[in-house]
Ligand binder design. Structure first.
Ligand code: ATP
Ligand code: MG
Length: 392
């Protein structure tokens, strides 16, 4: 089998002296992501990652789709390799791209020659191969500016490669280059989208979910596990920390004014997420909050929950409308699960008139009625960890 996958690196190439470590990280991320699709040789050279199947029964379609979801890859294409010989390149293009050449009305050949020892320059190769293809498919017209089909020829060190147009990759930066953050994952639409956006910037995520049995059902928890799993093609293997929240919610309900219930609950979430961050070496928290979307997401309310945080809180969807967040959720494949109708702990005990402009002093005074340390310590003790990975 001489069909391979070529992956183009994105912003990674701009990183100057760090470039080597970015490339290494990206190559190992690609390698890890391909373990379910067979045995591949993966290596990087000249700003390209080569993915070469090592066995006949490798799942190249699956591998190609998986590679396009790896952050740090801007473009991907399948290519056929052939000997570095002008006629071999022509035959390869004719056989490999025959159907596309037949279907197109206009075309051009574009050559990149990395091997400067090859006896023809790029222009000469394009003209030679283009001329023969034109003889073979006389209906084709050459259009050098906006061809329907661009036949790419790359003459590299070991071999020549022929491919059609490349497709977009996931963009972003390789996961692991940007450190670790704790992402608060509810069963909603927003937090999976927010998690995806931060992971895209090269951040490894630890996921935290709060649940309140018996007020929240086992199905609600399954839904969150499923969302976490749906994020793995983008975010890689992750740990979901499942933290019991019932005792905290009952204590708040019993001891604090109803209109402050959600605010105080959110401060507990932040404290617990921060404790997970301390244990996992994470340097920031991530939430799916969007300004003004609900009472607890006004600027005043955000300030009250930020007041318990010493780590930065990243809110990548803060300035987005719901429709924009939904578009992301649909694109990344979490939307259909997010709209399954199971309750979240935020939706049990919802105040009738939540406070939209809280004062920090007042909130802190109400919290005095609670054993904050004991409640958080017990919640953390009851936490369960689940690993989610692509093969699950
Ligand atoms: P989402 O659609 O993500 O559920 P939302 O618009 O419903 O968000 P809230 O329910 O107020 O908003 O939650 C705001 C953010 O708080 C969520 O995006 C998420 O990051 C976090 N969060 C809410 N509930 C939970 C939970 N049960 N476990 C973990 N994080 C949560
Ligand atoms: Mg929600």
């Amino acid at each position: 089998m001489n069909e391979i996958i070529l992956l183009k690196l994105g912003e990674v190439v701009l990183k100057g002296l760090n470039r080597r470590s970015f490339e290494d990280k990206l190559t190992s991320n690609v390698r890890r992501r391909l373990t379910h699709y067979g045995s591949f040789r993966v290596y990087s050279k000249q700003s390209t990652i080569y993915v070469e199947p090592q066995e006949e029964d490798c799942d190249l379609d699956g591998a190609y789709a998986a590679c396009r979801q790896v952050f740090g890859i801007v473009a991907a294409t399948r290519a056929r390799s052939c000997p570095k010989d002008k006629d071999a390149i022509f035959h390869c293009a004719r056989n490999y791209l025959g159907a596309q050449l037949q279907a197109a009305r206009t075309f051009k050949v574009e050559t990149k020659r990395a091997d400067k020892k090859f006896p023809m320059n790029s222009m000469e190769i394009s003209q030679y191969v283009g001329g023969l293809l034109h003889d073979e498919y006389p209906h084709l017209k050459v259009d050098v500016h906006a061809p329907e089909l661009c036949v790419h020829v790359e003459v590299r060190e070991k071999a020549a490669y022929v491919h059609g147009p490349s497709e977009s990759g996931a963009g972003g930066l390789p996961i692991g280059m940007g450190g670790t953050a704790v992402s608060l994952l509810s069963g909603g639409i927003d937090s999976p989208a927010a998690s995806y956006m931060i992971a895209k910037r090269g951040v490894k995520l630890e996921l935290v979910h709060f649940y309140s049995p018996p007020y929240t059902s086992p199905q609600a928890l399954d839904k969150v596990l499923r969302l976490a799993r749906e994020l793995t093609p983008w975010c890689g293997r992750m740990t979901l920390h499942i933290i019991p929240f019932t005792e905290i919610q009952e204590a708040i309900r019993a001891g604090c004014p109803e209109d402050h219930f959600t605010l105080i609950m959110r401060r507990f979430m932040m404290r617990l997420a921060q404790a997970v961050a301390a244990r996992t070496g994470a340097k920031a928290l991530v939430t799916g909050e969007s300004l003004g979307q609900v009472a607890s997401q006004t600027m005043d309310a955000l300030a009250v929950s930020d007041a318990v945080c010493s780590l930065p809180v990243l809110r990548p969807v803060i300035g987005m409308d719901k429709t924009e967040i939904i578009a992301i959720a649909r694109r990344i494949g979490t939307f259909d699960t997010s709209i399954l109708p199971y309750e979240d702990c935020c939706t049990v005990f919802t105040p009738r008139h939540p406070k939209t402009h809280p004062h920090l002093d007042e909130v802190a005074a109400y919290e005095k009625a609670l054993d904050i340390e004991g409640l958080t310590a017990r919640a953390l003790e009851g936490a369960e960890r689940r690993t989610v990975s692509m093969g699950d």
